[in-house]
Design a protein around this ligand. Structure first.
Ligand SMILES: NC(=O)c1ccc[n+]([C@@H]2O[C@H](COP(=O)([O-])OP(=O)(O)OC[C@H]3O[C@@H](n4cnc5c(N)ncnc54)[C@H](O)[C@@H]3O)[C@@H](O)[C@H]2O)c1
Length: 453
Protein backbone atom coordinates (compact mmCIF):
# COMPACT_ATOMS: atom_id res chain seq x y z
CA UNK A 1 0.00 0.00 0.00
CA UNK A 2 1.33 3.42 -0.95
CA UNK A 3 1.58 5.51 2.22
CA UNK A 4 3.30 8.59 0.76
CA UNK A 5 0.11 10.69 0.64
CA UNK A 6 -0.64 9.99 4.31
CA UNK A 7 2.97 10.66 5.36
CA UNK A 8 3.08 13.99 3.52
CA UNK A 9 -0.38 14.82 4.93
CA UNK A 10 0.97 14.29 8.46
CA UNK A 11 3.88 16.62 7.77
CA UNK A 12 1.65 19.34 6.31
CA UNK A 13 -1.38 18.66 8.61
CA UNK A 14 -3.42 18.44 5.44
CA UNK A 15 -5.08 15.10 6.22
CA UNK A 16 -8.81 14.88 6.78
CA UNK A 17 -9.80 12.77 9.76
CA UNK A 18 -13.32 11.35 10.18
CA UNK A 19 -14.27 10.24 13.68
CA UNK A 20 -17.27 7.91 14.00
CA UNK A 21 -19.09 8.06 17.35
CA UNK A 22 -18.79 11.37 19.22
CA UNK A 23 -19.24 10.14 22.79
CA UNK A 24 -16.94 10.24 25.78
CA UNK A 25 -14.02 8.92 23.71
CA UNK A 26 -14.85 10.04 20.16
CA UNK A 27 -15.40 13.73 20.91
CA UNK A 28 -12.13 14.23 22.85
CA UNK A 29 -10.28 12.26 20.14
CA UNK A 30 -11.78 14.41 17.36
CA UNK A 31 -10.87 17.58 19.26
CA UNK A 32 -7.29 16.47 19.88
CA UNK A 33 -6.85 16.28 16.11
CA UNK A 34 -8.31 19.77 15.68
CA UNK A 35 -6.03 21.02 18.47
CA UNK A 36 -3.10 19.93 16.31
CA UNK A 37 -4.56 21.71 13.28
CA UNK A 38 -6.16 18.84 11.35
CA UNK A 39 -9.56 19.14 9.69
CA UNK A 40 -12.00 16.74 11.29
CA UNK A 41 -15.43 15.44 10.34
CA UNK A 42 -17.26 14.28 13.47
CA UNK A 43 -19.94 11.70 12.67
CA UNK A 44 -22.70 10.24 14.81
CA UNK A 45 -26.10 8.59 14.42
CA UNK A 46 -27.54 10.83 17.14
CA UNK A 47 -28.82 13.98 15.42
CA UNK A 48 -29.66 15.76 18.70
CA UNK A 49 -26.10 15.26 19.85
CA UNK A 50 -24.81 16.67 16.53
CA UNK A 51 -27.09 19.72 16.85
CA UNK A 52 -25.88 20.31 20.40
CA UNK A 53 -22.26 20.07 19.31
CA UNK A 54 -22.87 22.60 16.52
CA UNK A 55 -24.15 24.93 19.28
CA UNK A 56 -20.98 24.20 21.29
CA UNK A 57 -22.87 22.09 23.83
CA UNK A 58 -21.86 18.67 25.14
CA UNK A 59 -23.15 16.42 27.91
CA UNK A 60 -19.60 15.17 28.50
CA UNK A 61 -18.19 16.53 31.72
CA UNK A 62 -14.43 16.45 31.03
CA UNK A 63 -12.19 19.31 32.18
CA UNK A 64 -10.82 21.20 29.15
CA UNK A 65 -13.17 19.62 26.62
CA UNK A 66 -15.53 22.56 26.11
CA UNK A 67 -12.60 24.87 25.53
CA UNK A 68 -11.27 22.55 22.80
CA UNK A 69 -14.74 22.39 21.23
CA UNK A 70 -15.07 26.19 21.17
CA UNK A 71 -11.62 26.60 19.62
CA UNK A 72 -12.24 23.92 16.98
CA UNK A 73 -15.50 25.58 15.91
CA UNK A 74 -13.96 29.07 15.98
CA UNK A 75 -11.08 27.94 13.77
CA UNK A 76 -13.48 26.12 11.47
CA UNK A 77 -11.54 22.88 11.89
CA UNK A 78 -14.50 20.64 12.70
CA UNK A 79 -17.77 19.85 10.99
CA UNK A 80 -20.49 17.64 12.44
CA UNK A 81 -22.36 15.27 10.17
CA UNK A 82 -24.64 12.25 10.03
CA UNK A 83 -23.70 11.62 6.40
CA UNK A 84 -21.51 8.53 6.65
CA UNK A 85 -20.89 8.19 2.92
CA UNK A 86 -19.58 11.74 2.71
CA UNK A 87 -17.43 11.31 5.84
CA UNK A 88 -15.89 8.05 4.61
CA UNK A 89 -15.20 9.30 1.08
CA UNK A 90 -13.72 12.64 2.14
CA UNK A 91 -11.27 11.42 4.80
CA UNK A 92 -7.79 9.92 4.68
CA UNK A 93 -8.06 8.50 8.19
CA UNK A 94 -11.24 6.95 9.62
CA UNK A 95 -11.40 6.54 13.39
CA UNK A 96 -13.94 4.19 14.99
CA UNK A 97 -15.12 5.27 18.47
CA UNK A 98 -18.55 3.61 18.60
CA UNK A 99 -19.79 1.88 21.76
CA UNK A 100 -19.08 -1.79 22.52
CA UNK A 101 -21.23 -2.49 25.58
CA UNK A 102 -22.22 -5.86 27.01
CA UNK A 103 -25.79 -7.07 26.79
CA UNK A 104 -28.03 -8.01 29.75
CA UNK A 105 -26.82 -11.60 29.48
CA UNK A 106 -23.16 -10.49 29.58
CA UNK A 107 -22.27 -10.94 25.93
CA UNK A 108 -20.37 -8.23 24.01
CA UNK A 109 -22.65 -6.23 21.74
CA UNK A 110 -20.71 -5.46 18.57
CA UNK A 111 -23.74 -4.20 16.63
CA UNK A 112 -22.34 -0.65 16.34
CA UNK A 113 -18.97 -2.06 15.20
CA UNK A 114 -20.73 -4.12 12.52
CA UNK A 115 -22.79 -1.12 11.43
CA UNK A 116 -19.79 1.18 11.09
CA UNK A 117 -17.74 -1.51 9.33
CA UNK A 118 -20.59 -1.88 6.81
CA UNK A 119 -20.77 1.86 6.23
CA UNK A 120 -17.00 2.21 5.91
CA UNK A 121 -16.86 -0.76 3.52
CA UNK A 122 -19.61 0.72 1.35
CA UNK A 123 -17.67 3.89 0.58
CA UNK A 124 -14.00 3.05 1.17
CA UNK A 125 -11.45 4.04 -1.48
CA UNK A 126 -7.81 3.13 -1.98
CA UNK A 127 -5.18 4.55 0.35
CA UNK A 128 -7.31 5.05 3.46
CA UNK A 129 -6.44 3.83 6.96
CA UNK A 130 -9.04 2.82 9.53
CA UNK A 131 -8.17 3.13 13.22
CA UNK A 132 -10.24 1.35 15.85
CA UNK A 133 -10.17 3.15 19.24
CA UNK A 134 -13.23 1.27 20.52
CA UNK A 135 -12.50 -1.50 23.01
CA UNK A 136 -12.87 -4.86 21.30
CA UNK A 137 -11.59 -8.40 21.79
CA UNK A 138 -8.27 -9.57 20.26
CA UNK A 139 -10.13 -11.30 17.40
CA UNK A 140 -12.73 -8.63 16.55
CA UNK A 141 -10.64 -6.59 14.11
CA UNK A 142 -9.31 -9.71 12.36
CA UNK A 143 -12.53 -11.73 12.25
CA UNK A 144 -15.27 -9.10 12.12
CA UNK A 145 -14.15 -5.62 11.04
CA UNK A 146 -11.66 -6.54 8.28
CA UNK A 147 -13.83 -9.25 6.61
CA UNK A 148 -16.86 -6.89 6.50
CA UNK A 149 -14.81 -4.04 5.05
CA UNK A 150 -13.05 -6.25 2.48
CA UNK A 151 -16.35 -7.79 1.39
CA UNK A 152 -18.26 -4.53 1.08
CA UNK A 153 -15.48 -2.51 -0.53
CA UNK A 154 -13.97 -5.27 -2.66
CA UNK A 155 -10.61 -3.84 -1.62
CA UNK A 156 -7.72 -5.79 -0.10
CA UNK A 157 -6.21 -5.22 3.32
CA UNK A 158 -2.62 -3.90 3.21
CA UNK A 159 -2.74 -3.61 -0.58
CA UNK A 160 -5.55 -1.06 -0.87
CA UNK A 161 -6.29 0.02 2.70
CA UNK A 162 -4.85 -0.33 6.20
CA UNK A 163 -6.27 -1.04 9.63
CA UNK A 164 -4.86 -0.15 13.01
CA UNK A 165 -5.90 -0.70 16.58
CA UNK A 166 -5.29 2.11 19.04
CA UNK A 167 -7.43 1.25 22.05
CA UNK A 168 -8.26 4.18 24.29
CA UNK A 169 -6.70 3.90 27.77
CA UNK A 170 -7.47 7.33 29.24
CA UNK A 171 -8.94 7.74 32.71
CA UNK A 172 -12.50 9.14 32.62
CA UNK A 173 -12.55 12.56 34.27
CA UNK A 174 -9.00 13.20 33.05
CA UNK A 175 -9.34 12.32 29.38
CA UNK A 176 -8.05 15.63 27.98
CA UNK A 177 -5.20 15.79 30.49
CA UNK A 178 -4.30 12.13 29.90
CA UNK A 179 -4.06 12.70 26.18
CA UNK A 180 -0.52 14.03 26.52
CA UNK A 181 0.45 11.72 29.38
CA UNK A 182 -0.84 8.19 28.98
CA UNK A 183 1.22 5.96 26.69
CA UNK A 184 -0.63 5.02 23.50
CA UNK A 185 -0.55 1.52 22.09
CA UNK A 186 -0.77 0.94 18.37
CA UNK A 187 -0.98 -2.29 16.39
CA UNK A 188 -1.18 -2.06 12.59
CA UNK A 189 -2.31 -4.56 9.97
CA UNK A 190 1.28 -4.29 8.73
CA UNK A 191 4.41 -2.98 10.39
CA UNK A 192 4.55 0.02 8.00
CA UNK A 193 0.92 0.95 8.60
CA UNK A 194 1.46 0.80 12.37
CA UNK A 195 4.54 3.03 12.00
CA UNK A 196 2.63 5.65 9.99
CA UNK A 197 -0.16 5.74 12.55
CA UNK A 198 2.45 6.24 15.28
CA UNK A 199 3.69 9.26 13.27
CA UNK A 200 0.10 10.51 13.06
CA UNK A 201 -0.42 10.29 16.85
CA UNK A 202 3.03 11.78 17.45
CA UNK A 203 1.83 14.82 15.51
CA UNK A 204 -1.02 15.40 18.01
CA UNK A 205 0.31 14.26 21.40
CA UNK A 206 3.43 14.38 23.54
CA UNK A 207 2.60 11.01 25.11
CA UNK A 208 4.80 7.98 24.49
CA UNK A 209 3.53 5.66 21.79
CA UNK A 210 4.51 2.02 21.47
CA UNK A 211 4.01 -0.31 18.56
CA UNK A 212 2.57 -3.80 19.01
CA UNK A 213 2.92 -6.47 16.35
CA UNK A 214 -0.78 -6.79 15.42
CA UNK A 215 -4.09 -4.98 16.07
CA UNK A 216 -5.22 -7.98 18.15
CA UNK A 217 -2.14 -7.68 20.37
CA UNK A 218 -2.95 -4.03 21.07
CA UNK A 219 -6.49 -5.04 22.06
CA UNK A 220 -5.12 -7.84 24.25
CA UNK A 221 -2.93 -5.27 26.05
CA UNK A 222 -5.92 -3.03 26.75
CA UNK A 223 -8.03 -5.93 28.02
CA UNK A 224 -5.21 -7.41 30.10
CA UNK A 225 -4.80 -4.14 32.00
CA UNK A 226 -8.47 -3.96 32.85
CA UNK A 227 -8.86 -7.65 33.65
CA UNK A 228 -5.77 -7.45 35.87
CA UNK A 229 -7.53 -4.72 37.83
CA UNK A 230 -10.89 -6.45 37.94
CA UNK A 231 -9.35 -9.72 39.20
CA UNK A 232 -7.25 -7.95 41.84
CA UNK A 233 -10.21 -5.94 43.09
CA UNK A 234 -12.21 -9.18 43.27
CA UNK A 235 -9.43 -10.76 45.33
CA UNK A 236 -9.38 -7.93 47.85
CA UNK A 237 -13.20 -7.84 47.92
CA UNK A 238 -13.26 -11.54 48.71
CA UNK A 239 -10.62 -11.17 51.41
CA UNK A 240 -12.43 -8.12 52.84
CA UNK A 241 -15.66 -10.10 53.25
CA UNK A 242 -13.75 -12.93 54.93
CA UNK A 243 -11.65 -10.66 57.19
CA UNK A 244 -14.77 -8.87 58.39
CA UNK A 245 -16.11 -12.26 59.54
CA UNK A 246 -12.77 -13.05 61.21
CA UNK A 247 -12.75 -9.70 63.01
CA UNK A 248 -9.70 -8.46 61.11
CA UNK A 249 -9.60 -4.98 59.61
CA UNK A 250 -8.85 -5.19 55.86
CA UNK A 251 -7.58 -1.60 55.76
CA UNK A 252 -4.89 -2.49 58.29
CA UNK A 253 -4.04 -5.65 56.32
CA UNK A 254 -3.59 -3.72 53.05
CA UNK A 255 -1.38 -1.17 54.80
CA UNK A 256 0.77 -3.95 56.22
CA UNK A 257 0.98 -5.92 52.96
CA UNK A 258 1.91 -2.76 51.06
CA UNK A 259 5.24 -2.72 52.89
CA UNK A 260 6.34 -5.74 50.83
CA UNK A 261 8.23 -4.82 47.64
CA UNK A 262 6.04 -6.84 45.26
CA UNK A 263 2.57 -6.19 46.68
CA UNK A 264 0.29 -3.89 44.68
CA UNK A 265 -2.52 -2.54 46.85
CA UNK A 266 -6.08 -2.74 45.56
CA UNK A 267 -9.05 -1.65 47.65
CA UNK A 268 -12.42 -3.21 48.40
CA UNK A 269 -15.67 -1.40 47.66
CA UNK A 270 -19.36 -1.77 46.81
CA UNK A 271 -18.58 -3.20 43.37
CA UNK A 272 -16.82 -2.39 40.12
CA UNK A 273 -18.36 0.01 37.62
CA UNK A 274 -17.75 2.17 34.58
CA UNK A 275 -17.67 1.54 30.85
CA UNK A 276 -14.57 -0.68 30.84
CA UNK A 277 -13.81 -2.85 33.90
CA UNK A 278 -17.15 -4.68 34.22
CA UNK A 279 -17.42 -5.11 30.41
CA UNK A 280 -13.93 -5.87 29.10
CA UNK A 281 -13.56 -9.32 30.75
CA UNK A 282 -16.57 -10.53 28.73
CA UNK A 283 -14.79 -9.74 25.44
CA UNK A 284 -12.03 -12.18 26.42
CA UNK A 285 -14.52 -14.69 27.85
CA UNK A 286 -16.29 -14.75 24.47
CA UNK A 287 -13.01 -15.23 22.56
CA UNK A 288 -12.05 -18.02 24.97
CA UNK A 289 -15.42 -19.65 24.42
CA UNK A 290 -14.76 -19.80 20.67
CA UNK A 291 -11.54 -21.68 21.50
CA UNK A 292 -13.37 -24.06 23.90
CA UNK A 293 -11.36 -22.68 26.77
CA UNK A 294 -12.85 -21.65 30.10
CA UNK A 295 -11.12 -18.68 31.78
CA UNK A 296 -12.27 -19.61 35.31
CA UNK A 297 -10.47 -16.90 37.22
CA UNK A 298 -11.74 -14.07 35.01
CA UNK A 299 -15.31 -15.35 35.25
CA UNK A 300 -15.25 -15.84 39.00
CA UNK A 301 -13.70 -12.41 39.54
CA UNK A 302 -16.65 -10.88 37.69
CA UNK A 303 -19.07 -12.81 39.90
CA UNK A 304 -17.29 -11.75 43.10
CA UNK A 305 -17.36 -8.09 42.08
CA UNK A 306 -20.98 -8.31 40.92
CA UNK A 307 -21.96 -9.62 44.35
CA UNK A 308 -20.56 -6.60 46.19
CA UNK A 309 -23.65 -4.35 45.94
CA UNK A 310 -25.72 -7.10 47.64
CA UNK A 311 -22.98 -7.51 50.25
CA UNK A 312 -23.07 -3.75 50.85
CA UNK A 313 -26.81 -4.00 51.44
CA UNK A 314 -26.16 -6.80 53.97
CA UNK A 315 -23.62 -4.59 55.69
CA UNK A 316 -26.13 -1.73 55.96
CA UNK A 317 -28.74 -4.18 57.28
CA UNK A 318 -26.35 -5.57 59.91
CA UNK A 319 -25.31 -2.11 61.07
CA UNK A 320 -28.94 -1.01 61.42
CA UNK A 321 -29.87 -4.23 63.22
CA UNK A 322 -27.00 -3.54 65.61
CA UNK A 323 -28.85 -0.42 66.79
CA UNK A 324 -32.22 -2.18 66.77
CA UNK A 325 -33.42 -0.81 63.42
CA UNK A 326 -34.12 -2.32 60.04
CA UNK A 327 -33.61 -1.06 56.49
CA UNK A 328 -37.35 -0.75 55.96
CA UNK A 329 -38.56 2.60 57.15
CA UNK A 330 -35.19 3.96 58.31
CA UNK A 331 -34.19 7.37 56.94
CA UNK A 332 -30.97 6.70 55.11
CA UNK A 333 -28.76 9.34 53.52
CA UNK A 334 -27.00 7.95 50.47
CA UNK A 335 -23.84 9.77 49.39
CA UNK A 336 -22.70 9.41 45.78
CA UNK A 337 -24.12 7.69 42.71
CA UNK A 338 -21.24 7.99 40.19
CA UNK A 339 -19.39 4.76 39.57
CA UNK A 340 -16.17 6.33 40.85
CA UNK A 341 -14.94 9.42 42.65
CA UNK A 342 -15.03 12.91 41.22
CA UNK A 343 -16.72 12.23 37.91
CA UNK A 344 -20.21 12.62 36.49
CA UNK A 345 -20.79 9.12 35.16
CA UNK A 346 -23.19 6.42 36.31
CA UNK A 347 -22.40 3.75 33.69
CA UNK A 348 -22.76 0.34 35.41
CA UNK A 349 -22.45 2.15 38.74
CA UNK A 350 -22.42 -0.13 41.82
CA UNK A 351 -23.46 2.90 43.91
CA UNK A 352 -26.62 3.24 41.86
CA UNK A 353 -27.21 -0.49 42.23
CA UNK A 354 -26.97 -0.25 46.06
CA UNK A 355 -29.35 2.73 46.05
CA UNK A 356 -31.86 0.68 44.04
CA UNK A 357 -31.46 -2.30 46.39
CA UNK A 358 -32.22 -0.01 49.34
CA UNK A 359 -35.32 1.29 47.57
CA UNK A 360 -36.47 -2.26 46.87
CA UNK A 361 -36.21 -2.93 50.61
CA UNK A 362 -38.44 0.10 51.27
CA UNK A 363 -35.76 2.17 52.92
CA UNK A 364 -36.57 5.85 53.01
CA UNK A 365 -33.53 7.08 51.09
CA UNK A 366 -32.42 10.66 50.52
CA UNK A 367 -29.66 10.86 47.97
CA UNK A 368 -26.95 13.45 47.45
CA UNK A 369 -24.40 13.55 44.66
CA UNK A 370 -22.92 16.93 43.76
CA UNK A 371 -22.64 15.88 40.10
CA UNK A 372 -26.38 15.23 39.77
CA UNK A 373 -27.82 18.02 41.92
CA UNK A 374 -31.64 18.17 41.59
CA UNK A 375 -31.76 15.49 38.84
CA UNK A 376 -33.75 12.28 38.65
CA UNK A 377 -31.42 9.39 37.82
CA UNK A 378 -33.11 6.09 36.96
CA UNK A 379 -36.06 6.78 39.29
CA UNK A 380 -33.88 8.16 42.05
CA UNK A 381 -34.32 11.80 42.97
CA UNK A 382 -31.11 13.59 43.84
CA UNK A 383 -31.56 16.38 46.36
CA UNK A 384 -30.47 19.97 45.88
CA UNK A 385 -27.96 20.08 48.70
CA UNK A 386 -26.01 18.04 51.20
CA UNK A 387 -27.80 19.86 54.06
CA UNK A 388 -31.14 18.67 52.71
CA UNK A 389 -29.84 15.10 52.63
CA UNK A 390 -28.98 15.28 56.32
CA UNK A 391 -32.49 16.17 57.45
CA UNK A 392 -33.59 13.74 60.18
CA UNK A 393 -31.09 11.19 58.98
CA UNK A 394 -30.60 8.00 60.97
CA UNK A 395 -27.95 6.42 58.79
CA UNK A 396 -25.37 7.68 56.30
CA UNK A 397 -24.21 5.31 53.57
CA UNK A 398 -21.19 6.50 51.62
CA UNK A 399 -21.17 4.82 48.21
CA UNK A 400 -18.92 7.02 46.03
CA UNK A 401 -15.86 8.66 47.54
CA UNK A 402 -16.18 12.09 45.91
CA UNK A 403 -13.58 14.53 47.26
CA UNK A 404 -16.14 16.61 49.17
CA UNK A 405 -17.28 13.58 51.20
CA UNK A 406 -13.81 13.17 52.68
CA UNK A 407 -14.14 16.36 54.73
CA UNK A 408 -17.64 15.89 56.13
CA UNK A 409 -18.03 17.57 59.51
CA UNK A 410 -19.46 14.71 61.57
CA UNK A 411 -19.30 16.83 64.75
CA UNK A 412 -21.82 19.17 63.15
CA UNK A 413 -24.01 16.29 61.95
CA UNK A 414 -24.12 14.85 65.48
CA UNK A 415 -25.11 18.28 66.81
CA UNK A 416 -28.04 18.76 64.42
CA UNK A 417 -29.26 15.17 64.77
CA UNK A 418 -32.55 15.27 66.66
CA UNK A 419 -32.62 11.66 67.80
CA UNK A 420 -30.98 9.99 70.77
CA UNK A 421 -30.00 6.75 69.07
CA UNK A 422 -26.55 6.54 67.48
CA UNK A 423 -25.92 7.60 63.90
CA UNK A 424 -25.11 4.61 61.71
CA UNK A 425 -22.28 5.28 59.23
CA UNK A 426 -21.64 2.72 56.49
CA UNK A 427 -18.41 3.59 54.72
CA UNK A 428 -18.35 1.37 51.63
CA UNK A 429 -15.06 2.92 50.42
CA UNK A 430 -13.29 2.82 53.79
CA UNK A 431 -12.39 6.52 53.62
CA UNK A 432 -13.02 7.39 57.27
CA UNK A 433 -10.90 6.64 60.29
CA UNK A 434 -13.28 5.68 63.14
CA UNK A 435 -10.69 7.01 65.62
CA UNK A 436 -11.26 10.50 64.25
CA UNK A 437 -15.06 10.37 64.36
CA UNK A 438 -17.08 11.96 67.20
CA UNK A 439 -18.81 9.86 69.83
CA UNK A 440 -22.24 8.37 69.16
CA UNK A 441 -21.56 6.80 65.76
CA UNK A 442 -21.92 3.13 64.86
CA UNK A 443 -19.35 2.73 62.10
CA UNK A 444 -18.75 -0.03 59.61
CA UNK A 445 -16.78 -0.33 56.41
CA UNK A 446 -16.23 -3.06 53.82
CA UNK A 447 -14.10 -5.69 55.50
CA UNK A 448 -14.16 -3.93 58.87
CA UNK A 449 -16.22 -5.02 61.83
CA UNK A 450 -18.89 -2.79 63.38
CA UNK A 451 -17.42 -0.29 65.85
CA UNK A 452 -18.96 2.18 68.26
CA UNK A 453 -17.16 5.49 68.51
N1 LIG B 1 -15.85 6.09 28.28
C1 LIG B 1 -14.66 5.67 28.64
O1 LIG B 1 -14.12 6.07 29.65
C2 LIG B 1 -13.87 4.69 27.77
C3 LIG B 1 -12.53 4.45 28.08
C4 LIG B 1 -11.79 3.61 27.27
C5 LIG B 1 -12.41 2.99 26.18
N2 LIG B 1 -13.72 3.22 25.92
C6 LIG B 1 -14.30 2.56 24.74
O2 LIG B 1 -14.52 3.54 23.72
C7 LIG B 1 -15.65 3.16 22.93
C8 LIG B 1 -16.63 4.32 22.88
O3 LIG B 1 -17.12 4.48 24.21
P1 LIG B 1 -17.75 5.85 24.71
O4 LIG B 1 -17.61 5.83 26.18
O5 LIG B 1 -17.20 6.99 23.95
O6 LIG B 1 -19.29 5.62 24.32
P2 LIG B 1 -20.44 6.69 24.39
O7 LIG B 1 -21.67 5.92 24.62
O8 LIG B 1 -20.08 7.83 25.29
O9 LIG B 1 -20.48 7.30 22.90
C9 LIG B 1 -20.68 6.52 21.77
C10 LIG B 1 -21.21 7.42 20.64
O10 LIG B 1 -21.32 6.61 19.47
C11 LIG B 1 -22.54 6.90 18.82
N3 LIG B 1 -22.93 5.73 18.01
C12 LIG B 1 -23.56 4.60 18.42
N4 LIG B 1 -23.68 3.76 17.39
C13 LIG B 1 -23.11 4.36 16.32
C14 LIG B 1 -22.92 4.00 14.96
N5 LIG B 1 -23.36 2.83 14.52
N6 LIG B 1 -22.32 4.87 14.14
C15 LIG B 1 -21.89 6.07 14.59
N7 LIG B 1 -22.03 6.49 15.86
C16 LIG B 1 -22.62 5.63 16.71
C17 LIG B 1 -23.51 7.20 19.95
O11 LIG B 1 -24.60 7.97 19.46
C18 LIG B 1 -22.62 7.96 20.91
O12 LIG B 1 -22.63 9.34 20.67
C19 LIG B 1 -16.20 1.88 23.55
O13 LIG B 1 -15.65 0.77 22.90
C20 LIG B 1 -15.67 1.95 24.98
O14 LIG B 1 -15.56 0.67 25.56
C21 LIG B 1 -14.47 4.06 26.68
Amino acid sequence: MDLTKIISGINSKKLIISVFGLGRIGLPTALMFTRAGYNVIGVDIDKDLLNDLKKKKTFIDEPGLLDLLNKAIQKNLIEFSSDFEYAVKKANILIICVPTPISENKVPDYSAIKDISDKIGNSLTQGQIIICESSVSPTTIRDLIIPIIEKKSELKLNKDFGVCSCPERADPGKIVDNFDKVTRIVGGSSYKIGKVIIELYESITNANIIQLSTPGTANAVKLTENIFRDVNIALINELAVLYEKLGIDVKEVIKGASTKYNFQPHYPGPGVGGPCLPANPYYIIQDADKMDYIPFLIRVAREVNDRMPAYTLDLITDALNYVGKSVKGTRITVLGLSYKADIKDIQISPSLKVAHLLKEKNASIQVWDPYYKGKIIKDIKILDSFQEALKETECIVLLTDHKEFRDINFQHIMKIKNEDSPLVLVDSRNIYDPDNLPKGIVYCGIGRKILET
